[in-house]
Design a protein around this ligand. Structure first.
Ligand code: C5P
Length: 220
């Protein structure tokens, strides 16, 4: 594909984990590195797109020529995504969004005392960012991800339909050394009337292959 395949198109990508505050010094998060999202940003830039990354806290350098919007919580990411998603052509949800946030964030550091051997924290479900972006009009082309441990195609296609996605990239997280927080990954990609297997590769190469599939679909 040429350096002009995505010329004039705006691509928005969510990447990395979110952080859900418990109190001023603690949070709930996950091990997402943001590598896949940043690799996709770099690949989209290489195809001539205007690229905006909505990133949770990660230790990565912003790919050159990409605009970066740092966020922390899922609610912050949700707000930014709806704002930037409204004017983009392609929205890629690569972030590992926390499913739940702390219902009441303590305004002071929670103390351990002699009478709280057990502590309860109530959690509230976070909004589904990619599903809400897929409800926008005009709707961008929406690519989502699915980490599964079994029945990859069944769960991925179901997720694609429920969330209103145009394409879904699924990886089997039961296989060690790929996916989450690794430099390599393998993906099964599904769209309503097709599929493609992207075999184990480094995330940069995989991101290029995945962007090629996106270009093929939007050109149809
Ligand atoms: O439902 P599940 O978390 O498995 O879906 C994964 C896909 O949905 C990913 O593309 C992820 O970025 C996106 N997602 C989201 N907002 C959430 C949860 C997941 O955008 N609250």
């Amino acid at each position: 594909l040429s350096e002009q395949s995505l010329q004039g198109k705006t691509v928005v990508i969510t990447a990395g984990p979110t952080r859900e505050a418990i109190d001023p010094v603690r949070y709930i998060s996950n091990h997402s590195s943001g590598k896949m999202g940043f690799a996709l940003a770099s690949a989209a830039k290489g195809l001539g797109a205007t690229v905006k990354i909505i990133s949770g806290p990660v230790n990565l350098t912003t790919p050159s020529g990409c605009e970066r919007f740092d966020v922390s919580s899922a609610l912050d990411m949700h707000q930014r995504s709806l704002e930037l998603g409204a004017t983009c052509d392609i929205f890629i949800a690569c972030a590992a969004v926390a499913d739940y946030r702390v219902a009441e964030v303590a305004s002071h550091k929670i103390k351990k005392t002699d009478n709280n051997d057990a502590l309860q924290i109530n959690l509230l479900k976070n909004p589904d960012i990619v599903a809400d972006v897929a409800k926008l009009t005009p709707k961008p082309f929406v690519l989502g991800f699915a980490a599964e441990t079994q029945d990859l195609e069944h769960y991925a296609r179901d997720k694609m339909q429920r969330k209103g996605l145009d394409m879904i990239a699924a990886n089997d997280v039961s296989i060690p050394g790929q996916g989450f927080n690794s430099s390599d990954n393998a993906l099964q990609v599904y769209w309503p009337n097709g599929q493609s297997v992207l075999s184990l590769n480094d995330k940069q190469r995989l991101a290029q292959q995945l962007m090629d599939l996106v270009v093929q679909q939007i050109d149809k």
